[in-house]
Ligand binder design. Structure first.
Ligand code: UGA
Length: 431
């Protein structure tokens, strides 16, 4: 099939590469001309395992092309995916201007019947506005659909080839047939529904996962107060198939470009409908509190003050296997500690380049040991594999004060205490 993908961010680029790998003819379009030039030579604008190989392969086979021209991309297209950004506004709403602008341009260059699919996360009902925009610009027949994306950064390729479900929201049987045909090589259950249901599934899924994380972080608080172990409690919960063991990892709370934004947006969307989504407000509040709780812990373990103390931060990205710094817990934690006078030294396997554009007065090292030298506390923020195998005997000798504050519970408390560290995790027994 001839496909156009508008937007070459995480969702757009992965979607383009995946459909091209099934021998569809794909145009990936972005108004950012520099990004398009880079993509033509296989330069990927972000870190995502496996994506570069997939893109290069599709380019070589002639199935994936990049352009900034709607005229070129739309010439023979049968299905257009809108994958542009929907950044958060100050009031929690989404900024939908890119979605509206791209709809207008798609309509302007529509040559023949096409299915226009919204993949960007938008509030249910946005489709009415998009339909109005398209109809105002063209007389050519089209159908609108919504296929929300459930891929995770860092696991985007695996998630795209083996999705938990494919949601196809459309009121048109022609569009439904075309979209089922397009997805036929991808395994997984299909869920057919109307556009609004599809869009609400996306919001409700992300907000639910965020709620699971805030729930386990609340239970972690109780664990710490009574000397229970959150790792055992979480496992005990997860073994119940009605609860499930995923997204029950206590830590510093959720970050990234989706959970915080989607939670705020659902609260704000519900408010407009006259519903006070108090439940989600608490989910968000607990997520914020988790950062303060961690910072207070660091201060306590540093004997009441971090002023002029060298703190080693391991991990900056919002989670491992990505260089994405959006809503990363590291930013909030570092800002708070710097305000208290701490000297921050940090290392991350891939996110330092991005971090340098966001964080101020941070010293970076070439490896974990670099930043741990003469430090007064190790703060584990992102659970990269590289940090799981640190040589703590070596670290013990390097550090000025043997304090480890483990924001993701990746270390064995007993082992570290045996080596002479003062160790605390999240919701783990304090000694
Ligand atoms: C999330 C969803 O998982 C995807 O299904 C969805 O498609 C995507 O948002 C999106 O809307 O585009 P992502 O933001 O890549 O994907 O990251 P996740 O792996 O879901 O992690 C989100 C945050 O939750 C991270 O900060 C992570 O550290 C945190 N987390 C996750 C926990 O604190 N505990 C857990 O048990 C799981």
């Amino acid at each position: 099939m001839n496909i156009t993908i508008v937007g070459t961010g995480y969702v757009g680029l992965v979607t383009a590469a995946v459909f091209a790998s099934f021998k569809n003819k794909v145009w990936a379009l972005d108004i950012n001309e520099k990004q398009i030039e880079n993509l033509k030579s296989g330069k990927i604008p972000f870190y995502e395992p496996g994506l570069k190989e997939l893109v290069l392969n599709a380019i070589e086979k002639g199935n994936l092309q990049f352009t900034s021209s709607y005229e070129q991309a739309m010439a023979e297209t049968e299905i257009v995916f809108i994958c542009v950004g929907t950044p958060p506004k100050d009031n929690g709403d989404y900024d939908l201007s890119y979605v509206y602008k791209s709809s207008e341009l798609i309509a302007q260059y529509l040559n023949q019947y096409a299915v226009i699919v919204i993949k960007s996360t938008v509030p249910p009902g946005t489709n009415d506005e998009i339909t109005k925009i398209i109809k105002s610009k063209t007389k050519i027949d089209f159908d609108l659909a919504s296929c929300p994306e459930f891929l995770r950064e860092g696991a985007a390729i695996e998630d795209s080839f083996h999705p938990s479900r494919i949601v196809i929201g459309t009121e048109s049987s022609k569009a439904k047939r075309k979209l089922l045909e397009l997805h036929k090589q991808i395994p997984g259950p299909r869920l057919l529904c109307n556009v609004k249901s599809a869009q609400l599934i996306k919001y409700a899924a992300n907000a639910f996962l965020a709620a699971k994380i805030s729930y386990i972080n609340s239970i972690a608080q109780i664990c710490e107060k009574i000397g229970a172990d959150i790792e055992k409690v979480s496992r005990g919960l997860g073994l119940d198939p009605r609860i499930g063991d995923k997204f029950l990892k206590a830590g510093l709370g959720y970050g990234g470009s989706c959970f915080p934004k989607d939670t705020w947006a659902l609260i704000s969307f519900a408010k407009r409908l006259g519903y006070n989504f108090n439940f989600l407000k608490q989910v968000d509040e607990i997520n914020k509190q988790q950062v303060d709780y961690f910072v207070n812990k660091v201060v306590r373990l540093c004997d009441g003050s971090v002023k002029n103390k060298k703190l080693a931060i391991l991990g900056l990205s919002f989670k491992p296997d990505t260089d994405d710094m959006r809503e990363a817990r590291s930013i909030l934690i570092i800002n708070k500690l710097q305000k208290m006078g701490a000297k921050i030294f940090s290392y991350d396997p891939v996110a330092m380049t991005r971090a340098k554009t966001i964080l101020k007065d941070v010293n970076y090292g070439d490896n974990p040991y670099d930043v741990l030298d003469k430090s007064e506390a190790l703060l584990l923020i992102t659970e990269w594999d590289e940090f799981k195998n640190i040589d703590f005997k070596k670290v013990r000798k390097l550090m000025k004060n043997p304090v480890v504050v483990d924001g993701r519970n990746i270390y064995d408390p007993e082992k570290l205490r045996e080596l002479g560290f003062r160790y605390e995790g999240i919701g783990r027994k304090i000694q």
